[in-house]
Design a protein around this ligand. Structure first.
Ligand code: MSP
Length: 483
């Protein structure tokens, strides 16, 4: 079988503009996609992102802005597309849950769930009465345990009391099979701590999930095909995107790319992805995704990003200041995947100067300058390692991958400081030694440039072009200007 790689980001809610949190997950997906395109060919990689556009939360946001939900979602989803373009993200497809073909397939999915039986032979969907506290911000019913002082901690708002007739999904019947898939490693959940968390939830037992909402409480959504009073719960609509985007059930892309190799997400949507989504797929008799990689939520200068605090960072601002590639570098090098961390904005400038201006940029300048001067621009190229950090990328340890590459950059600058080639050059008897040092530096730099391809494709190409010229010359302008 031919190797393929299918990676997804969550589809982002369009109630708000894209921020650096959404950017983080999307950048990661982009790096993975670029890495695998280099390994197995562009045509064998599919990178999906998009926007989640139905539900009460979106309808409310549209109303606040005095536009129809459709107009509103058109506007905001365009902002997401633009942000990814600015960041030079190369997704293969951008799905919107208001796309006609997506909506049509979701209706088919619902119909097949309606017909389906659980492993125990029960109906997958059944009608029931739901009473609960609903947080519109989260688009979910909350339990007392979720609340802090009676309020949703994420939205600082009291949830609404809702009681209504809903269609329920018999989640409980699928839990033993899901548990088995997770324990056997057929469904990988990474990091380990998140896997334990999910297994803990399964052990504790999960209530069935209501997968529809009364049209009276939620009007912006996909109709339940057999019940005029009900709209589809946004999460059923949203999770389906991972297969509707591939043209499920008959599309060529579905046949080629499903199951997903990596679903990326942050921890707050872990439950939906590891329980409801596999259960839906099992009910439809579709293979489960291979892995879910879960990262932490990061804060900005120690605080949760929020409009009220005014600390929401738009990726566009960073791109304007640093350019797309540096922005991606700065975000990925801040912390390890999986951890909950803090972004310190003022550190971006320091890191830019240290790693890019004085690190990589300086090394390029020094090496090319000396090769031009002392070797007449000629060096034999023998690339040592064209996959620095590759192992780390495969494990989604992006920060570590960058550290591996930057170790070579540091080593290079260190070697120059130590051996002082300009001193050696003064004495003809050091000729061989000088040549050896400059060759090592050039080849290391070449390895760095090739290995940077998934992270900084343009920078990578620029350096490769400089080094593969017939005669190496120092670039006219530094790669990374001082701020
Ligand atoms: N629409 C749902 C997902 C449906 S997927 C079938 C949703 N959307 S969201 O707009 O809230 O995006 C959540 C995702 O954005 C997180 O899982 C994460 O990937 C990213 N992040 C949003 N804020 C973030 C941080 N502060 N930190 C890290 N990632 C963040 O949930």
């Amino acid at each position: 079988m031919k190797e393929k790689f299918y990676v997804t980001t969550p589809i982002y809610y369009v109630n708000d503009k894209p921020h650096i949190g959404h950017a983080y997950t999307t950048i990661i997906a982009d790096v993975l996609a670029r890495y695998y395109r280099g390994k197995i060919g562009k045509e064998n990689v599919f990178f999906l992102t998009g926007t989640d556009e139905h539900g009460a939360k979106i309808a409310e946001a549209a109303e606040k802005n005095n536009v129809s939900p459709q107009e509103f979602t058109d506007q905001i989803s365009t902002l997401f597309k633009e942000a990814w373009k600015n960041l030079e993200i190369e997704n293969d497809y951008f799905i919107r849950t208001t796309d006609d073909d997506h909506k049509k397939t979701v209706v088919d999915i619902l119909k097949s769930l309606k017909e389906a039986k659980t492993p125990q032979g029960n109906d997958v969907l059944y009608e029931g009465e739901y009473e609960g506290l609903y947080c519109v911000g989260c688009e979910k019913f909350m339990t007392e345990n979720d609340l802090v002082d009676g309020k949703c901690p994420d939205h600082n708002k009291e949830p609404e009391k809702l009681s209504e007739k809903n269609w329920f999904f018999k989640l409980g019947d699928f839990l033993p099979a899901i548990k088995q898939k997770i324990e056997s490693g057929e469904l990988i959940i990474y990091p380990e701590g998140r896997k334990k968390e999910v297994l803990g939830l399964i052990k504790q037992g999960m209530p069935d999930i209501s997968i529809s909402r009364s049209s009276k409480s939620v009007s912006w959504g996909i109709d339940i095909p057999w019940d005029d009073d009900q709209k589809t719960y946004v999460w059923v609509d949203a999770l389906s995107n991972y297969i509707t985007a591939l043209g499920y059930p008959d599309g060529e892309n579905f046949k080629k790319f499903w199951p997903a190799d990596v679903h990326l997400m942050a921890l707050e949507i872990l439950k939906f992805h590891t329980l409801l989504w596999p259960a839906m797929l099992m009910a439809m008799d579709v293979e489960l995704p291979k892995s879910m990689y879960v990262h932490g939520f990061f804060t900005i200068d120690g605080q949760k990003m929020s409009k009220t605090l005014g600390n929401v960072i738009s990726p566009n601002e960073l791109v304007e200041k640093y350019g797309a590639e540096v922005t991606k570098y700065l975000i990925l090098s801040q912390f390890s995947f999986g951890s909950e961390s803090d972004i310190k904005v003022e550190e971006f400038a320091t890191k830019y100067n240290a790693d890019l201006v004085n690190g990589l940029g300086n090394l390029v300048n020094r090496v090319t300058n000396m090769v031009e001067k002392y070797l007449d621009g000629k060096v034999d190229i023998n690339i040592k390692d064209a996959d620095l950090g590759g192992e780390e990328i495969k494990q989604l340890r992006f920060r570590e991958a960058l550290l591996t590459i930057w170790q070579i950059i540091k080593k290079g600058n260190g070697l120059i400081d130590e051996t002082k080639p300009w001193v050696l050059a003064k004495d003809e008897s050091n000729k061989d030694k000088l040549k050896e040092i400059l060759e090592e530096l050039t080849n290391d730099l070449y390895s760095v440039a090739i290995s940077l391809k998934s992270f900084m494709p343009k920078t990578s190409e620029q350096i490769i072009n400089i080094l593969s010229a017939d005669k190496i010359t120092k670039p006219e302008k530094p790669l990374f200007p001082r701020l």
